[in-house]
Design a protein around this ligand. Structure first.
Ligand code: SF4
Ligand code: SF4
Length: 287
């Protein structure tokens, strides 16, 4: 089963739930985990995995303009929707590579065959292993803006590894929010566990997550973390889930014990009762 753990808002406990689920399933077989929170991956720390056994670059195409062949027509400049090419007409354009998305449109339109392939490194994809858990982690280079590409490449690497058939489950920890890198993760998942909290922002952002899941046609269940921090917002969250016919799998109280146990190594048992209920929902719910 391919499971994505997501959440509209950062800090609601998404990675805590993901790592607890990974540990739970790993007690009964081999598990593949994927950290697609490429701006801030933390599963390796939470799972106490220190050194990757394999690291690959996440790369994309970058145009290399051969000035000797260029006729200065600037068709590439006109074709570039990212405005990554600039310069005076009649001369070879210059690339501002921070803006380049690697789409390749410039190369397609060049009539002089003056654009050759170069590669741009956007980040790294790292493989870790510990006991029954293999983790594939995407990490973007600081200052780089193309998170969706790194997230997509990490998702594809995880999907390919999962297709080997040696893992019982694939559990994906997504970025918070509903931007493109989150959609990349949800696309390959069969079921989604969406974590939220009873706050105004938590309610606002989980509604966006539900919209995205609905758009992608995915089965989603809700985990309300820190459920007792606001009775008023908890009631609102319950009402929204009832109206949208979305199951609240579990409500987890705000507790120092749960907080400390989830960050200690090895983690304590305080979350286990809730994680078993999430696993039971995942087992008994159709994709
Ligand atoms: S690859 Fe795409 S984004 Fe980059 S310069 Fe060419 S057209 Fe622009
Ligand atoms: S499209 Fe090709 S020939 Fe025209 S300006 Fe760009 S690189 Fe030069």
């Amino acid at each position: 089963m391919k499971i994505a753990v997501t959440g509209g808002k950062g800090g609601v406990g998404k990675s805590t739930i993901a790592s607890a689920l990974i540990r739970h399933y790993s007690e009964a077989g081999r598990i593949l985990a994927a950290d697609l929170d490429v701006d801030n991956p933390c599963l390796s720390s939470m799972l106490n995995m220190n050194r990757p056994y394999k690291v690959e670059d996440a790369e994309t195409f970058k145009p290399s303009i051969v000035a000797a062949k260029c006729i200065g027509c600037h068709k590439c400049v006109d074709a570039c929707e990212e405005h990554a090419l600039y310069g005076l007409e009649g001369s070879a354009p210059t690339l501002y590579d921070q803006l380049c998305s690697g789409c390749g449109a410039c190369k397609l339109v060049c009539p002089a065959n003056a654009i050759e392939d170069d590669r741009k490194v956007l980040g790294q994809i790292s493989w870790y292993n510990r006991g029954n858990i293999t983790l594939i982690e995407g990490r973007i280079t600081p200052g780089e803006a193309r998170s969706p590409i790194v997230a997509r490449q990490t998702a594809l690497a995880a999907d390919k590894e999962y297709s080997t058939g040696v893992y019982k489950h694939l559990i994906i920890d997504t970025m918070p929010g509903v931007a493109n890198p989150v959609a990349q993760a949800l696309l390959i998942a069969e079921k989604i566990v969406a974590v939220t909290e009873p706050t105004l922002l938590g309610i606002h952002d989980i509604m966006l997550t539900l919209e995205l899941s609905d758009y992608l046609g995915k089965t989603v269940g809700i985990v309300i973390n820190k459920a007792d921090i606001s009775r008023e917002h908890l009631i609102k969250l319950r009402k929204i889930c009832a109206e949208k016919d979305v199951k609240i799998i579990v409500e987890i109280p705000y507790s120092r014990d749960i907080l400390f146990t989830s960050v200690s190594q090895p983690p304590g048992d305080e979350l286990k009762v809730y994680v078993r209920r999430i696993a039971s929902w995942l087992k008994n719910t159709k994709p």
